[in-house]
Design a protein around this ligand. Structure first.
Ligand code: RAM
Length: 501
């Protein structure tokens, strides 16, 4: 197994993409006025970028008689400009806050900020100079990176609203495409499988960098634990290493990600290489079920992800994810001619579907319920629909009832929203899917988004599972799917109109 994993990583490394490098400058504001202690200035680069900046600084007034002490803050959107990092007391590291504090002993100077940041706005604050001199920023330039080739994307022509949704979606994906599909270039800057799955779908509709998807699949397969379990995310620096975080749904998502990749590329060799790793995820997940074919619930945070709504009960959603992924494995098994295995897997799918119908579906409500408290949520219904526990007609009714049901636990991430929209499409309600896509992602655009956010709850703009929105990411991979919906799923006015006539 060790040798096989090493070979997978080698393969992944052979697919490392080249980065496209572009130099950009802010639209206005150079050179700056003479800046004294307490002064600040904001440079607007006009769009969202990922890169490193270089500053040309000089002094004005008497000879520089003290170091210039400056703070540089990188912001993905305007709102972050006014947030104070000192107010952050959340549970993930404040190391993610995009700020640098620098002393410049001798002016003039060219200062290269080594660390890579994700930003549209760069705020420079003068913490101190002496009373005898001022600081001037003569120039600022960013060297920006992406592994996405902008020229590969066909222009989409539709309504103004659709074009905006598509453009921001592509920008989000583009800036998350680095040496792997990162989840967010501000945070966590690494390869998560839940994000990868959705990025890959948007990528097939736009940049078509299929080798990057392939590389990421091999990275996951090369970093399983001793038991063969797929980790939730992979680090690539200083060396490739799987994280010691495992989530029920994320491990299973290796399977549909491989299936989608096959559907797009017909690359059977990769499927054959990675099939055993895929199959192992179902074997391991199966251990979490009781004798009644219902998955065991758990209170451990993150045992299964689904969404960042901290009140969400995951039991029924996890059961549905299992069914969804096992069905994907059946397809892969069939592509490889493993018909006996496919039949065995189908049998297990049927058992899990039957148990879900009997024990997780509340006939009176006409909705799926989850956990001891029998919680009704969007996440549970969406996944139950995607798993195809019932047929399209019943699925359609379930989502209609959900729409009317007032106390359902809501969704807080574009990631979960994606699955809700996909469920609407699957159950034949493209019109509602279209409206929901436009209103949800459109609301981010109304707020001035150049790229879509990690968390977005229209009812609570400060939504964050981390204790504060200061560490939220505003260019986040899993939110990049409107381009996929518009281009590949027919969520656009032209198609919907054609369907009506
Ligand atoms: C967030 C990450 C990533 C996601 C995990 C579960 O912290 O940024 O996008 O996949 O949560």
């Amino acid at each position: 197994m060790l040798e096989e994993k090493a070979a997978f990583i080698k393969k992944a490394e052979s697919l490392k993409p080249k980065l496209y490098i572009k130099r950009v400058r802010p639209l206005l504001g150079i050179p700056t006025d003479k800046l004294k202690a307490g002064d600040s200035t904001v440079f607007d680069f006009g769009n969202h970028f990922v890169g490193r900046i270089k500053l040309k600084l000089s002094s004005a007034g008497s000879h520089q008689d003290a170091p210039a002490f400056i703070k540089i803050k990188f912001c993905e959107n305007k709102r972050e400009l006014d947030e104070d990092a000192a107010d952050y007391h959340g549970w993930i590291s404040k190391g993610w806050i995009q700020e640098e504090w620098l002393h410049i002993d001798v002016l003039p100077a060219v200062v290269n900020v080594d660390r890579r940041f994700s930003f549209r706005y760069v705020k420079l604050e003068v913490i101190d100079v002496s009373s005898k001199f001022s600081l001037v920023v003569d120039d600022i330039e960013a060297e920006t990176y992406t592994s996405a080739n902008d020229e590969c994307v066909n222009k989409y022509s539709g309504s103004r609203e659709e074009e905006d949704l598509d453009r921001v979606s592509i920008r989000t994906l583009r800036n998350c495409m680095q040496e792997v599909f990162e989840d967010g270039p501000k945070r966590d800057r690494r390869l998560w499988i839940g994000d990868l799955r959705l990025q890959a779908l948007a990528n097939y509709a736009t940049f078509k960098n299929n080798d990057l998807v392939k590389r990421c699949l091999y990275l996951f397969a090369g970093t399983t634990d001793d038991n063969g379990r797929i980790t939730a995310c992979v680090f690539t620096e200083p060396n490739v290493e799987g994280d010691d975080t495992y989530m029920f749904d994320y491990s299973l998502f290796f399977i549909p990600t491989l299936l989608d990749y096959y559907n797009e590329t017909k690359d059977l060799e990769t499927v054959s290489d990675l099939f055993d790793t895929a199959k192992r995820q179902v074997e391991l997940a199966k251990e979490c079920f009781g004798p009644d074919d219902i998955i065991n619930d758990s209170d451990v945070m993150g045992w299964c992800f689904l969404d960042w709504n901290l009140r969400l009960n995951k039991q029924a959603g996890a059961q549905a994810v299992y069914i969804y992924c096992e069905k994907a494995l059946v397809k892969l098994a069939k592509y490889l001619g493993k018909s006996e295995l496919a039949a065995e897997l189908c049998n297990d799918v049927e058992n899990k579907v039957k148990a879900a119908k009997e024990k997780l579906y509340d006939k009176d409500l006409g909705l799926f319920v989850s956990g001891r408290e029998k919680q009704v949520s969007y996440a549970t219904q969406a996944w139950a629909v995607l798993a195809g526990i019932f047929d399209d007609e019943v699925n359609h009714e379930i989502l209609n009832r959900l729409h009317e049901y007032k106390n359902a636990e809501k969704m807080v991430t574009p990631y979960m929203y994606h699955h809700y929209i996909e469920a609407l499409i699957k159950s034949g309600n493209k019109k509602l899917a279209y409206d929901k896509m436009c209103s949800y992602w459109g609301a981010m655009i109304e707020k001035g988004a150049d790229t879509y956010y990690e968390l977005f709850n229209p009812e609570n703009p400060y939504e964050s599972p981390y204790g504060s929105s200061v560490v939220n990411s505003y260019c986040h991979a899993w939110s990049c799917t409107p381009a996929y919906f518009i281009r590949s799923c027919g969520l656009n006015k032209e198609n919907l109109y054609n369907q009506l006539i």
